[in-house]
Write a protein that binds this ligand. Structure first.
Ligand code: NAD
Length: 437
């Protein structure tokens, strides 16, 4: 199958590389010439474990190519995927669909034969109808079927997720288009990944409902975590105790500094806008969004409390800055709110991240970036574990205690048992259980 992937970001690049690994011929297209030039030289524009090898193997095999020329990429393609960004629209939180609609128009102009146009970007209900209208109006003589195929991969585990998905959702009512999609994903459903066919609008909504549910689960345990701190319970045990119930499940029950990243914040907001527009309010999701926003900043206040209530003139080292480990993605990372809260309280902030420094730097004015967690913490008044990268899971806590000006360790990911932290000579602060002492 000949596939064009429009948009070569986190989703487009991983999807395109994985499709080529299944044996399809894939051309990845992006407007960003820097990205395409880097990819042609074998340099990955994002950090994603295993991606460089996957890309190299398939480029060498002649199945994967990169171009900025959409017309050339789309020529002869039987399926054209739209994987461009759908960020929050400034001001109102609606999904900004200008990239999707722009791509649809360009695709329509470039199509020379019948093709399935597949929206992989996360888009609000009804977007497929609009994409179809744009294509019909731009190229009235071209046969094109518009299908929804939302993507569920997680950054940091994207290749594994793409190749071993829990399910593949395909939204179309058209038998021919369904057959093309079946062919594209054949290697996966031979591996027993369920291929779920639904209506197009249903597929679009499944993606938002899934993200809103996961965001709700995280926010639920985060609020339970706050309660644990007050009543003297332990949130990790509560999570284990409820997660062992099959009806609940153990995943996404890890209390932390609030969800961030490129999807949950913008997708929950966009879903609320869709609900509002259709006068079907989603009050649970409304609360989730508010609670999560407040939580990210509250984490900054927690650090100030750990410093005795006054951060003015103090130095705080943030260990891990990306919204989660194994990605360099800084979009809506909780660290951004924490930095802001600390700077507002008069603290100087230092940061360390194994992969995200380059992305973090322009977003965090005034922060000093160091190339090791120990250098970041040396002379600091508090060290805060924000993102649980592997290299931060086995810190030499004694070394930290010796090098810091004050031995304050704030663990926002519950990586270290408080006893271990204190044995090393640090004072433990964290979430989900009462402070010790
Ligand atoms: N990042 C994730 O983990 C993830 C997971 C599931 C779904 N999604 C969804 O997938 C979509 C893409 O997300 P992303 O994180 O990959 O975005 P991204 O910002 O990393 O990449 C989007 C790319 O599209 C390119 N682009 C925009 N318009 C174009 C056009 N007309 N022609 C060619 N290229 C164009 C941009 O230059 C950019 O490189 C979004 O809707 C997102 O919500 C993301």
């Amino acid at each position: 199958m000949r596939i064009a992937m429009i948009g070569t970001g986190y989703v487009g690049l991983v999807s395109g590389a994985c499709f080529s690994d299944f044996g399809h011929d894939v051309v990845c297209v992006d407007k960003d010439s820097g990205k395409i030039e880097a990819l042609r030289q074998g340099k990955m524009p994002i950090f994603e474990p295993g991606l460089d090898k996957l890309v190299e193997r398939n480029v060498q095999g002649g199945r994967l190519a990169f171009t900025t020329d959409l017309e050339q990429g789309v020529a002869g393609a039987e399926a054209v995927f739209i994987a461009v960004g759908t960020p929050s629209r400034r001001g109102d939180g609606h999904a900004d669909l200008s990239y999707v609609f722009g791509a649809a128009e360009e695709i329509a102009r470039a199509l020379r034969g019948p093709a399935v146009v597949v929206t992989k970007s996360t888009v609000p209900v009804g977007t497929g109808d609009e994409v179809e209208r744009i294509i019909r109006e731009t190229a009235p003589d071209t046969r094109a079927w518009v299908v929804s195929n939302p993507e569920f991969l997680r950054e940091g585990a994207a290749i594994e997720d793409f190749k071993r998905p829990d399910r593949i959702v395909v939204g179309t009512d058209d038998a021919e288009a369904a057959e093309v999609m079946r062919e594209i994903y054949r290697p996966l459903y031979l591996n027993k990944a369920p291929l779920l066919f639904t209506g197009r609008r249903t597929a679009e909504l499944i993606k938002y409902a899934a993200n809103a549910f996961l965001a709700t689960k995280i926010t639920f345990i985060n609020e339970i975590s706050d309660l644990c701190e007050i009543v003297g319970a332990d949130v990790q045990d509560v999570a284990r105790g409820i997660g062992l119930d099959n009806r609940i499940g153990a995943k996404f029950l890890h209390a932390g500094p609030g969800y961030g990243g490129s999807c949950f914040p913008k997708d929950t907001l966009a879903l609320l806008k869709t609900a509002e527009d259709h006068q079907a309010p989603l009050r649970i999701v409304e609360s989730v969004v508010k609670v999560n926003e407040a939580r990210k900043r509250a984490m900054g206040r927690k650090v100030v409390q750990a410093l005795g209530g006054d951060a003015r003139g103090r130095t705080v080292a943030l260990l891990g800055l990306t919204f989660k480990p194994n990605t360099d993605d800084m979009r809506d990372a909780p660290s951004l709110s924490i930095v802001q809260a600390l700077q507002d309280a008069g603290a100087s902030v230092r940061g360390y991240d194994p992969e995200g420094t380059e992305q973090a730097r322009p977003l965090m004015p005034g922060v000093e970036f160091l190339d090791s967690p120990y250098r970041a913490a040396a002379g600091a008044d508090a060290a805060v574990l924000v993102t649980e990268w592997d290299v931060l899971r086995a810190l030499d806590l004694r070394r930290l205690a010796q090098d810091m000006a004050q031995p304050v360790f704030v663990d926002l990911r519950s990586v270290y048992p408080p006893e271990e932290v204190e044995e090393a000579g640090l004072r433990w602060f964290g979430i989900g259980r009462a402070p010790r002492g």
